[in-house]
Design a protein around this ligand. Structure first.
Ligand code: ZN
Length: 292
């Protein structure tokens, strides 16, 4: 499932191709998780002026190509869901025939972009105006883990008083944005924290360690994915999937890469958690201050 690194690598790969491109036509196939919320014909002629990312969402900012244009500015919010990927074909090449799982197609003056999504949990939505952060999907997101608003102190504040286990909270997107199952498992392993630990048990030093682990894990993955990018402005290809060497994720029963203890798999909130029962500890409740 695409998480922050996959979406960021997709953004990096598409930016040189799509920045400044003019949208000629937006074609929709089978319904996705959410509807576009505008007649796609109304977007023809808009120019892509920025490619941004918020959490796991890719944002294509669109503006009228000229000041006199009656078209309005806005943002296409792209979510890759469980299985979505974007494929770019530059104008100099002939695009492959569309597959039955290609559900959105952007025809631009630079080439063709397609959303391929076999499970159709992805979506492309239109948000009119320049305040895309106010969109219901985006406004409740926690801070960007690679941004200045996320550190140990911020994580401590967000977790204060929460009795839920730390792992599902990391997945909720409200504590920090962009983390899915793979990077939650990997970050907790790096921080040495058992995924079942109640969030309120994390002390400031634990929050510092976890925030650093989240950042390092994501940064490494983005760097790895970025290094696998070919020049997508000129080459036909699918974006955003790359192979990271997981330390615990998907390795149930295999030896921990640090201590050789078999990696355990449990289910939390209907998702598999992988962890090393030796390297990762369940943190005890913080001692309550007694009455003097
Ligand atoms: Zn271990």
């Amino acid at each position: 499932m695409p998480e922050l690194p996959e979406v960021e690598v997709t953004r990096l790969g598409l930016e040189p191709a799509l920045l400044g491109a003019r949208l000629m036509d937006l074609r929709l196939g089978k319904p996705l998780r959410w509807s576009l919320d505008i007649d796609p014909a109304a977007l023809a002629g808009l120019r892509i002026t920025a490619l941004q990312r918020r959490g796991k969402y890719l944002l294509l900012l669109l503006e009228p190509a000229s000041a006199e244009s009656p078209l309005a500015q806005g943002t296409l919010i792209v979510h890759l869901g469980m299985s979505g990927s974007l494929r770019w074909t530059p104008a100099a090449q002939i695009p492959a025939p569309p597959s039955p799982h290609d559900h959105v197609e952007w025809q631009t003056d630079r080439g063709v972009l397609r959303l391929h999504d076999p499970r159709r949990f992805g979506a492309v939505l239109w948000h009119a105006g320049d305040q895309v952060q106010a969109h219901p999907l985006l406004r409740a997101l926690g801070p960007e883990p690679l941004g200045a608003g996320f550190d140990g102190a911020a994580l401590c504040r967000a977790l204060a008083g929460r009795q839920a286990a730390i792992k599902p909270l990391l997945l909720s997107q409200h504590i920090v944005a962009g983390i899915g199952n793979i990077y939650a498992c990997e970050s907790l392993f790096r921080a040495g924290i058992d995924p079942r630990t109640p969030a309120s048990h994390l002390r400031p030093a634990d929050c510092q360690r976890l925030a650093a682990a989240v950042r390092d894990t994501l940064q490494e993955a983005v760097a790895l994915g970025g290094s696998s990018l070919r020049n997508f402005a000129h080459v036909d290809g699918e974006l955003g999937y790359f192979q990271m060497q997981a330390r615990v994720y998907g390795r149930a029963g295999q030896p921990c890469r640090v201590c050789a203890t078999p990696v355990r798999q449990i289910v939390q909130g209907q998702r598999s958690s992988y962890f090393c029962p030796n390297c990762q500890k369940i943190l005890k409740a913080k001692a309550k201050r007694g009455i003097r």
